[in-house]
Structures are given as structure tokens and as C-alpha cells.
Design a protein around this ligand. Sequence first.
Ligand SMILES: Nc1nc2c(ncn2[C@@H]2O[C@H](COP(=O)(O)OP(=O)(O)OP(=O)(O)O)[C@@H](O)[C@H]2O)c(=O)[nH]1
Ligand SMILES: [Mg+2]
Length: 390
Amino acid sequence: MKFLDEAKVFVKSGDGGAGCVSFRREKYVEFGGPDGGDGGRGGDVIARAVNGLNTLIDYRYKQHFKARRGAHGMGSNRTGGSAEPVVLKLPVGTQILAEDKETLIADLTYEGQEVVIARGGDGGRGNTAFKSSTNQAPRRSEPGWPGEEMWLWLRLKLIADAGLVGLPNAGKSTFLAASSRAKPRIADYPFTTLHPQLGVVGVDAREFVLADIPGLIEGAHEGHGLGDRFLGHIERCRILLHLIDGTDEKVVEAYRTVRGELEAYGHGLAEKPEIVGLNKTDASIPELVAEQIAELRAVTDSPIYALSGATGKGVKPVLHALADAVAAARAAEPASESRAESRAESGAESGAESDAAAPEAAPGGEGEGGARDPAATTESDPAGPWSPLD
Ligand SMILES: Nc1nc2c(ncn2[C@@H]2O[C@H](COP(=O)(O)OP(=O)(O)OP(=O)(O)O)[C@@H](O)[C@H]2O)c(=O)[nH]1
Ligand SMILES: [Mg+2]
């Protein structure tokens, strides 16, 4: 299964500075000889693996990375200064591929790893270097050597930060489609989603990865429905968004069923922070929504949001809450904890299973109609931020 975040960048290392042609001219010194210095080296373009980055978001805003050229050589045998390298900070786990998208140039697997992806050109030699016994006054120098330039693909295997759970048809895939650029299959029959899907959600300048998995039904842990085997994909999530179909008469039962399966599955899923989303409020009436929220509040302490994935109403506050939770969890994580390891593991476990298309990353992809209604942005009260529909 491919969960990928990709970006294409153009890199160019700096050209070398030109060598200089110069002669020593000084009063009373005859035959001063050549004294043109060499040019400086152009800057390299370096890729460095760093912790604390999770997606390739930065590389969708800025695509071109050019190092400066080396300074030219000067008289009095002064060598031109070399240019500083340009460093691309990439999340651990990023692979750098050539433009053909196949040739692997570098694989950043541990924090602090550095790879020169485009070497700066060497400086040209100044005329001092061409002095010989037969030519003591050379007028020759070299231009700097050119830097390298190329298009590269950056590719990162994603781990989900937030996971969608719920009964079949709760609207999980619709929510993913509304909040990212992923294009999951959506249909009004259960088990439309057969394989997990990921999308990159952008809220303001923050980004996190959201996973949509097949619906759970009672007995999923015993293999009913599609079973609970996909829950492994959200084991590393920092928060769960539990969607409940508001057009379902028994919302509390729906909530309990899914919670029961999370508990039966174990692996810490039931202990994860949870946000409850009462979905499909567009097809309901405000009185019923209020009633359902009250019922849910009686059985859970998790924050409850009312929303409609289909119209986008109420989606944004949920995304903000998710982004806050993800940011808080990231901040609480010890810096040394390597996401690379978990990345490798999750890559292995997700195996060669599906053709699930790489979800296109979506900076700012709050989705079509994504909760533009200012009235829907009720983020203030975490215990019950829902807004009645008009
Ligand atoms: N009225 C309304 N319908 C919705 C909303 N969200 C989803 N739906 C509909 O509900 C049905 C199921 O939506 P999906 O997004 O496929 O549900 P799912 O939870 O991914 O379902 P599975 O993948 O089968 O588990 C589709 O017909 C959607 O159009 C909503 O906010 N309002
Ligand atoms: Mg689905």
C-alpha cells in the first residue's frame, strides 16, 4: 500500500568563480609576474534529515533551490570566497529520486544525515597557476566550472496523525475527501472503503495526515465485516475522529459498538484521545441534533462536534481541533523518538496490498465548501462546540 507525500523540486548548485588574470605591479619591482587568484567554489545543495517535520509541505510552496556562485579570484593571489551551501531540510524517511522517479539518489533514514545532491562547481584557476618556465607571463585563466542542476522528486512515506473510525456509511470517506485532496470512493452502501486511505490535511499553515479506514461493525474483532485488521493502520495515530451518522436512530448504540471494537482490539486504541463527530447534520433537524448531542454527552467525555462532511459545514472546527491535538502530541514527544523507525515498520506492515492511489497532498485543502460559514467556527468550548443549523 502506498501512502505517499511527494514534491518535485529544482536544485542548482552554484557555479565556481572565475580565475583572475592579474600581474603584480609595484613601483621598483620589475617583472612582478602573474598574481591572479583562483575562483571560489560554488555552493552545494545539501539534503539534511531532521526530526520534527512530518510532511513535505514546505516543498510545495517553494520549489527552486539555488546555491550562490563562488566569488571570482582577484589580484594579489586572492582566492575568491566559496559560497555557502543551500540546505534542504527534509523529514526523516524521505527518499530523493531523479526526475524519472525511479533512480534513487538518496534515502534519508536517520536524523542528521546529510547528502550532497548537487555539488558546487570548482573555481577556475587564476593566471598564477599557469606560470611555467617557458611562459612566465601567462594571460590565461579558467572560468569557473558550472554547478549541477536538476529536477528531483522527494518522496515520503506517511504515517497517519489522525484516524477516522466509525460504522460503515458513517461518512468517513466523505470527510476525508472534504478535508484533503484525497479522492476516496464514496457510496451509500457499507464497506465502500476496502483499504485504508490517507490524505494530507492543511489547516492554516499546519498540516497533518488523516487516515480513513474501512468501517467497523459489531464483532469486527472476531472477523465480522472487514474485521479489525485495518486498525493497525491507526495504531500510531495521535488522535481518533469517531464519526457517527446522525441520520441513524441510535447514535449512542453506534458510538458504543465502535468503542467496543476499539477496546477489543487493544493496542492502546481505546485510550487514544478521541473527538466525536456527529455527522450528516445537513440531513437532520437542529432539535434532533441537540438531542443526539445530549445523549452522546451522557456516555462520553470526548469533545463532540456536529458537522456535515457532505456540505462542509462544521468541518473546519473539527480540523482545527484535530490539528491542535496533533500539534500538542508532537510537542510532547521526546525529540529523540525517531519517527523513522515507526515509518519503516508501518511501511512494512502495510505491505503490498492495494493500489490505493497516493493521496495528493493538499496544503490548504480544506475542501470544497469546507465550512466557510463563520457561524460554524465554534471552537471555543471544547466540551460541546456544536452549532445549531440554520
Ligand atoms: N446527507 C449526508 N450524507 C452523507 C454525509 N457524509 C456522507 N454521506 C453519505 O453517506 C454515504 C456513505 O458515505 P461514505 O463516506 O462512503 O461512508 P464511509 O464511512 O466511508 O463508509 P464505509 O467506507 O463503507 O465504511 C454516502 O452515500 C455519502 O454520500 C453528510 O454529511 N450528509
Ligand atoms: Mg469509506
